[in-house]
Design a binder for this molecule. Sequence first.
Ligand code: PLP
Length: 235
Amino acid sequence: MTRFDTPIAQLHAEIAAAKARFHAAQPVTLCAVSKTQPAAVLREAYAAGQRDFGENYLQEALQKQAELQDCAIAWHFIGPIQSNKTQPIAQHFDWVHSVDRLKIAQRLSDARPDSLPALNICLQVNISHEQSKSGASEAELLTLALQISQLPRLHLRGLMAIPAPCSEFAAQRDQFRQVRALFDQLNGQGLALDTLSMGMSGDFAAAIAEGATLIRVGTALFGARPAKSPAPTSL
Ligand SMILES: *Cc1c(COP(=O)(O)O)cnc(C)c1O
């Protein structure tokens, strides 16, 4: 037993309940978002059966990967991507969910080692038109998806979205429904996407209702993350 057996079982029960309630037949992968958690914590979750882990910060992730080489983990990069970080990301991850421009995709494809399978990609779409700026706009999505689908060392799998946080279930569903509609449109244009990466601790049931196939859960599994350390003050 680890301290994660119960929370992981609980999450799988909630996923199953959401699927049953909303007649959602798709498979749903639980991706454990482990940013700020030390490698020892990931190892415990792994011992409890967790296999997919999502990380936001490259240096932090590389360190944990080095400590967890003996574990058969599928690593998902879910944070903003700077173009000078594409090489290590292409070398050390199985999935990248946060691609939102062609230049980044090209660099990932160029840097993906031939010894590894094509890198799985989700295109991040900015559905809430938030100031957060991350994510492709709906207007540019089709062109971008078609271009990325042609890159030799990438496998375009689907869409990722982080809608504006909201506590009302119906409003959450409305946002995820928009992502699902874009996903369906792209598949209608000849793409063969199978992954909808949407839903976090506070809204994954709504995401599953709208077809999420991968949910990214941090807090509901690991507990609250430590607050960011305050900026150093001068002495
Ligand atoms: C931190 C993070 C999550 C997990 O958020 P929780 O609310 O802790 O579940 C999911 N997706 C992305 C992109 C994140 O940065």
